[in-house]
Each structure stands twice: as structure tokens, then as C-alpha cells.
Design a binder for this molecule. Structure first.
Ligand SMILES: [Zn+2]
Length: 105
């Protein structure tokens, strides 16, 4: 199921799809509002998180260098995994109060 997200004021669709790479991201030549980030179906855990962060950073600034993307992706992935991010967890509704407080602490 696709997700509609906003990345610095621009609307994107994030879609899990059967693609060859782990992820990809539409270039700025695609009209705003039609841009899609694709993440390979079946990715789990820290790899899924890292790919999502990587593609969000491309979406945020297409000119950003991979060297910068890879460093920030590694740091954010390590931190969020440390906090307990798991792609495998079922969606929580409503969110667990303790987990929410931890994230904002
Ligand atoms: Zn990339």
C-alpha cells in the first residue's frame, strides 16, 4: 500500500515494489505531486530503514552527493535501530505511550 509523504513541503508517494535495486527515487524532471520513491518489497529491519532514509535524502536534494547520503544514512540508521525501530513490527494504533515518549525524549 503506497504512502503519501511530505518531504520539505513537496508531496511524494512511497511505494513498495518489485524492483531490481533496493530503492530508487524519481528525479526533479518528474512533476511535483507525481514523484515516487520505490523501495524493494520484502526488505526488512535495518536494511529497509537505510534504504528509506537514503531515498528520502535524494528526494530532499537531488544534488546531494552519495558520500554525504551514505554517511547520514549510516548514522541515522544506527540511532533509530538502537531506539528499537523494526520494520517487522505490526502497526500500532494507538501508538504505545512509552515508545512515543522515548522518541521525543
Ligand atoms: Zn542513491
Amino acid at each position: 500500500m503506497p504512502h503519501r509523504v511530505t518531504i520539505r513541503g513537496r508531496k511524494w508517494t512511497v511505494r513498495h515494489a518489485h524492483i531490481a535495486n533496493d530503492g530508487d527515487c524519481d528525479p526533479p524532471s518528474v512533476p511535483p505531486g507525481e514523484r515516487v520513491i520505490r523501495i524493494r518489497s520484502g526488505l526488512r529491519g535495518e536494511r529497509h530503514l537505510a534504504v528509506a532514509i537514503h531515498e528520502f535524502l535524494h528526494a530532499d536534494d537531488w544534488r546531494r552527493k552519495h558520500r554525504s547520503i551514505d554517511r547520514l544514512t549510516r548514522d541515522l540508521t544506527a540511532y533509530l535501530a538502537c531506539l528499537g525501530y523494526h520494520r517487522d513490527e505490526p502497526p500500532r494504533s494507538p501508538p504505545a505511550r512509552d515508545a512515543t515518549q522515548d522518541l521525543h525524549g
